[in-house]
Design a protein around this ligand. Structure first.
Ligand code: HEM
Length: 422
């Protein structure tokens, strides 16, 4: 097979371009255009090569010739990259790098395998199912003031406090510090946007430093007074007879705190906005034809909160659809495009909670598959079930405000009507 060059020029049509507000507002027409024009797209002069078809993205998540980093194997120069690429090598962002040094999503085996195994124990479907009643209670308590008032901002007054509260309790972070954590988390994750400005990177770097130091202090405190939480379990854990370092524990707790709420908050808002816009679909849930547990899979397929993840090509000979992608390339696995691939789903642009097959890639795949998937699913299911219990119709009662960010796709504000208790 001859390796071809990735396509650089496409027929006229909308393009994948996170710097374009129209694309950020609705990326799906561009995904469809690119996906149907080519399996592999490398915009002229761009840093990323895009994969958008379901089978290709599915396979790429599992392909060990790709890695979340290359630094465990190569110097940037060896891959023909400038020495300060990527952000982990930029001398200005040492605080962020200290966090990423032990961040699961930035590690490759064997370190990744060992650290992940320890964390997984806290998130098995069985362990998570044990949280079911407490989570339902938390949802009801947070919705109660909104029910009295007749409406609620689902983002600020419900989803953020719901998900962050749950993950804080699991890890053992005082709930009184939630507001501070929210600020740090939101600033830190800006570094993952496709082209963050220098100011955003600086703010992200500072927030990552403050967040990490807070967790390092908490680790010291927890060592003196252990509790029944994940932090204590990680302090107790050993890998091949060795204990985790404070840095490893702090980075692990930090990624769980951030991943553990940012994506769920956005998935909640995306889902409720979709269901409000499709009353026929909401009715399927309210009248019990479709279980909330099934409906959330269609929400995750149709409008995922995380649109793509990237990988480095670590070896020669990586091809997609017969097109060669050279070693040292950075590939974007556009899961949001793959989820709507007509090769995988009939009528993929239709939001339909009654679909028999809602298979999606929104939680990733392979060795980095989302650790929090059982918890994320339980949280989303609980919210839908709680709302379906009382709301025959879902109504958005103030202008919805979308987040201006791309990597985390969701809403800043989504006010819905709630039925007052009789
Ligand atoms: C709807 C909500 C969520 C979505 C859509 C989501 C999505 C994802 C995706 C796509 C990945 C893989 C990234 C990659 O391959 O590069 C991932 C990894 C991860 N997620 Fe989630 N996530 C969600 C909720 C959660 C929650 C609630 C937690 C924590 C409790 C969590 C913790 C993690 C962690 C730690 C990883 C890294 C795993 C590893 O590298 O081994 N996520 N998530």
């Amino acid at each position: 097979m001859t390796a071809l060059e990735p396509t650089t020029v496409l027929p006229p049509g909308p393009l994948i371009d996170p710097s374009d507000p129209a694309f950020v507002a609705d990326p799906y027409p561009a995904y469809a255009h690119v996906r149907e024009a080519t399996a592999v797209w490398h915009p002229d002069g761009g840093e990323l090569t895009f994969l958008t078809r379901f089978a290709d993205v599915h396979a790429a998540f599992r392909d060990r010739r790709l890695g979340v980093t290359f630094l465990h194997r190569y110097l940037p120069e060896e891959l023909g990259l400038p020495p300060d690429v990527p952000v982990w090598r930029d001398a200005r962002w040492t605080e962020f790098q200290a966090f990423e040094r032990w961040e699961l999503l930035n590690l490759e085996p064997p370190v990744h395998t060992r650290l992940r195994r320890l964390v997984l124990e806290a998130f098995t479907p069985r362990t998570v199912d044990g949280l079911r009643d407490g989570i339902a209670e938390r949802a009801r308590a947070l919705l109660a003031p909104g029910r009295e008032a007749g409406s609620i901002d689902l983002v600020a007054d419900y989803a953020q406090r719901f998900s962050l509260g749950i993950i804080c309790a699991l890890i053992g972070v005082p709930t009184t510090d939630e507001t501070m954590l929210l600020g740090w988390s939101e600033a830190t994750v800006r570094m993952y946007e496709p082209a963050p400005s220098d100011d955003q990177q600086r703010a992200s770097n500072e927030a990552a430093g403050a967040f990490r130091r807070y967790l390092l202090d908490l680790v010291v405190h927890r060592r003196r007074s252990p509790a029944d939480d994940l932090l204590s379990a990680l302090l107790d854990a050993t890998i091949d007879g060795e204990r985790l370092t404070d840095e490893q524990i702090a980075s692990t707790a930090m990624v769980l705190l951030m991943a553990g709420h940012e994506a769920v908050v956005n998935a909640t808002a995306n889902g409720i906005a979709l269901l409000a816009a499709h009353p026929d679909q909401w009715r399927h849930i309210v009248c019990g034809e479709v279980e909330p547990r099934a409906a959330i899979e269609e929400i995750l397929r149709f409008d995922p909160p995380l649109q793509w993840f990237t990988r480095w090509v670590l070896e020669d000979g990586f091809t997609v659809d017969g097109i060669g992608i050279p070693r040292g390339s950075r590939v974007a696995l556009v899961l949001a495009a793959a989820n709507r691939d007509p090769r995988r789903h009939p009528d993929p642009e239709r939001f339909d909670v009654t679909r028999a097959d809602t298979t999606h890639l929104s939680l990733g795949g392979g060795i980095h598959f989302c650790i929090g998937a059982p918890l994320a699913r339980l949280e989303l299911e609980t919210t839908l079930a709680e709302l379906a219990r009382t709301e025959e119709e879902l109504a958005i009662v103030a202008p919805a405000v979308r987040r201006p960010t791309f990597q985390f796709r969701g809403y800043d504000r989504l006010v819905i009507a709630l039925t007052r208790p009789s």
